[in-house]
Design a protein around this ligand. Structure first.
Ligand code: C5P
Length: 301
């Protein structure tokens, strides 16, 4: 018998480097990126119960969201993931989903995509659907370019729209400070502001499992979307410089931003964190590490 309830922790992701290679005929861009899942998690509780599909928000003290800025209707990627499974399988889902949202939305951290992947995984488990991985992957990529990453391992090299993935064994003994300046950014708008002529050469990213290989690759990474994001939110430059000044080996915007992350070899001390916390008014700071599990999603059945 499959379980009737499960809890899934859906992690945030960072793009350690991101090269935009070309604009495609379908309006998307081909890119090359390194995804890594970090241990800032949304927690989703799925329970089979009569009454159709229902989504609710649990707002704890760590939550950056409340019901007024986290839509719970059909537009939410969690709902879209569940509806997609209903359509594809013909099974009406009597399912209640409670989300404890801790990853800021529209922040370049993949929170919505991770929640969608968690939903696909949970519905499969609760209804014992045994959907083949390649079908699950195609459902995920229909929901969003970053969704397939979260169904797999903790790190991957991504190509295509971001959905062509090769798992990576990445050195993981590092810390990252994420600074989210409080603005929301639309991924589509950032891509449309990109001038492809100015794009630097591709991140040829071959991080190795060892410490020195990882840090020397990391220092060469760049994010082609960064200039577009920084034009909209110029304070991001100060945040990046503050992270580098505090000893980060590398600091950059994640994905389409506006979260800026800095990667440190060891845990920054409390004084450094307090100093970084005051680098921008209204900014939120998170201290994270790569997820230590083999899979990006963490499940608590
Ligand atoms: O796939 P997702 O829904 O996350 O993408 C949001 C928007 O970002 C797309 O509509 C597209 O404008 C842009 N995008 C892109 N190339 C990608 C990923 C996203 O142009 N590889």
């Amino acid at each position: 018998m499959p379980p009737t309830r499960c809890e899934v922790w859906a992690p945030a992701k960072l793009n350690l480097g991101l090269s935009v290679l070309r604009r495609r005929e379908d309006g998307y861009h081909d890119l090359e990126t390194i995804f890594v899942a970090v241990d800032l998690y949304d927690r989703l509780i799925f329970s089979r119960s009569a009454g159709g599909l229902r989504l609710g928000l649990r707002s704890g003290p760590d939550s950056p969201h409340n019901a007024s800025d986290f839509p719970l209707g059909e537009e939410n990627l969690i709902m879209r993931a569940a509806r997609l499974v209903e359509r594809e399988t013909g099974i009406p889902l009597d399912l209640s989903i409670e989300v404890d949202k801790r990853i800021p939305s529209a922040a370049g951290l993949g929170g919505g995509s991770s929640d969608a992947a968690a939903t696909l995984w949970a519905v499969n488990t609760l209804w014992d659907l045994r959907t083949p991985p390649e079908i699950l992957h195609s459902w995920a990529s229909r929901l969003g370019s970053d969704v397939p990453f979260f169904l797999n391992g903790y790190a991957a090299h991504g190509e295509g729209r971001g959905e062509v993935l090769v798992p990576l064994a990445l050195y993981r003994d590092w810390w990252a400070v994420l600074i989210h300046p409080g603005h929301r950014v639309s991924t589509g708008e950032i891509y449309s502001g990109l001038s492809l002529t100015g794009v630097k050469s591709a991140n040829r990213i071959l991080p190795s499992g060892n410490e020195e290989g990882f840090f020397s690759a990391l220092r060469r990474f760049h994010n082609d979307l960064e200039d577009v994001v920084v034009r909209r939110i110029p304070t991001l430059i100060h945040l990046r410089d503050a992270l580098l000044g505090a000893g980060a080996e590398h600091a950059a915007v994640s994905g389409s931003g506006p979260t800026v992350f800095g990667i440190f070899r060891s845990r920054p001390d409390d004084r450094t964190l307090t100093m970084l916390g005051t680098a921008a008014t209204g900014a939120r700071l998170h201290l994270v590490q790569p997820v230590m599990t083999d899979t990006a999603l963490k499940t608590v059945l």
